[in-house]
Design a protein around this ligand. Structure first.
Ligand code: GTP
Ligand code: MG
Ligand code: ZN
Length: 305
C-alpha cells in the first residue's frame, strides 16, 4: 500500500493511506542502518510503501519513495547532526513575530536561504499583530516591504483575534505547507485558527524568559478541512545551513541574484569586487542593509567551515 508519513515519534511512524486511514508503522530494519546521516531516516511528508502486519493493526514500511524535495537544517551552526524538517513540501511558511518571542532577521534569512537553496517557495507569516503598538506596526511594515521586494510574500495575521486568517486559508488550500519558526511564535495556534477542528496543543510563553516552552515535540501533518495539508513542527532556535557551497549563497538572495548580470564579474560575491551592482543598490537603498548584513554573516560562516 502507498501512503504519506504524517507523524513520527521515534518508535512509531503514522502513515496516511489514499483512503484517509492512518496506520502506525515500524520501519524495516535496513533503513536505519543505511548511511543517512540524519536524526530521522523517515521524514514527515515522505511517500512510502507499507504492508499491514499479521496483527491487522500495525504496518511495516518497506520502501521510502524518492523525495521531490526536502528541507533540512543543523541544530546549530557547528553541529554535525542534521534534521530533515519535512519532505515533499509545496510551500514553506516561517511563522515570525515582532512581539514575544521576537524573531531575529538573521534567523529569518537563514531559513529563507535554505528554502531557496532547496527550491521550495517560501513566505513569512507575521503573527500576533493584536499585540503590536504603533512602533511595532511601523517595524512590521518596513520588514514586509523588504521581504516582499526580495521575493517572499508576507502575511500579517493574528491567530488569537483571527485577523487575515481567511486570506491565509485560501493560500494554503490544495498545497502541502510547512509551518516552521521559534517556539512560541504561534504555529500550532495558527493551525487551530485556520481549522478549528484541528487541536494541536498550544503552549504558553514563559513569563521569565519570554520564550515558548517547546510545546510541539513531534512534527505532524494535518489535513485542513477547507483544503490542503499543514505540517506543524517543533520550535527551533537556530537554523544551521547544510550542504551549501560558498558560491551558492549569493544565488539564494533573490534580490541580489537579480542584479548579478549588472555586476562586472559573473562570479561577483558582492563584497570586494569593483563595479558591483549590489553594492550600488545598497547605497540607493534598493537592497536592504539588513539583508546584506545577513548575507555577509552567512558568507563568513560558510568560509569558516
Ligand atoms: N496575543 C497573541 N498570542 C498568540 C497568538 N498566536 C499564538 N499566541 C500565543 O502564543 C503562545 C504560543 O503558541 P503556540 O501555538 O503553542 O506556539 P508554537 O509556535 O506552536 O510553539 P512550539 O510548539 O513550542 O514550537 C500561546 O500562548 C498562544 O496563545 C496571537 O496571534 N496573538
Ligand atoms: Mg506548537
Ligand atoms: Zn556584485
Amino acid at each position: 500500500m502507498k501512503g504519506i508519513v504524517v507523524k513520527s515519534t521515534g518508535s512509531w511512524i503514522t502513515v496516511l493511506n489514499e483512503e484517509g486511514r492512518k496506520t502506525d508503522c515500524k520501519l524495516k530494519g535496513q533503513f536505519r542502518i543505511r548511511g543517512l546521516r540524519s536524526t530521522n531516516p523517515v521524514a514527515i511528508g515522505d511517500h512510502v510503501i507499507f504492508e499491514i502486519m499479521p496483527d491487522k493493526e500495525t504496518g511495516l514500511i518497506t520502501e521510502i519513495l524518492e523525495r521531490e524535495n526536502y528541507i533540512i537544517r543543523k541544530a546549530t551552526k557547528l553541529s554535525k547532526i542534521t534534521h530533515i524538517l519535512a519532505a515533499n513540501i509545496d510551500h514553506a511558511y516561517l511563522i515570525v513575530t515582532l512581539a514575544l518571542p521576537r524573531t531575529s532577521t538573521g534567523f529569518i534569512d537563514r531559513f529563507l536561504v535554505t528554502a531557496t537553496g532547496y527550491f521550495i517557495p517560501a513566505s513569512l507569516i507575521f503573527n500576533k499583530r493584536d499585540l503590536y503598538d504603533p512602533e511595532l506596526e511601523e517595524q512590521e511594515k518596513m520588514l514586509k516591504e523588504i521581504y516582499t521586494d526580495a521575493g517572499y510574500p508576507c502575511y500579517s495575521v493574528s491567530a488569537l483575534r483571527g485577523d487575515n486568517i481567511d486570506d491565509l486559508r485560501t493560500h494554503i488550500s490544495s498545497k502541502v505547507s510547512l509551518f516552521a519558526g521559534y517556539s512560541g511564535a504561534g504555529k500550532s495556534a495558527l493551525i487551530h485558527a485556520l481549522d478549528p477542528s484541528i487541536n494541536p496543543i498550544v503552549g504558553e510563553i514563559s513569563q521569565v524568559h519570554h520564550k515558548g516552552r517547546h510545546t510541539t515535540t513531534f512534527a505532524e501533518m494535518y489535513e485542513v478541512s477547507s483544503g490542503g495539508f499543514i505540517i506543524d513542527t517543533p520550535g527551533i532556535k537556530e537554523f544551521g545551513l547544510i550542504d551549501f557551497e560558498k558560491q551558492e549563497i549569493p544565488r539564494c538572495f533573490p534580490e541580489m541574484d537579480r542584479l548579478l548580470p549588472f555586476c562586472q564579474y559573473a562570479n561577483c560575491t558582492h563584497t570586494h569586487e569593483p563595479n558591483c551592482a549590489v553594492k550600488t543598490a545598497l547605497k540607493t537603498g534598493k537592497v536592504s542593509r539588513l539583508r546584506y548584513s545577513s548575507y555577509i554573516s552567512i558568507l563568513n560562516d560558510e568560509t569558516e567551515r
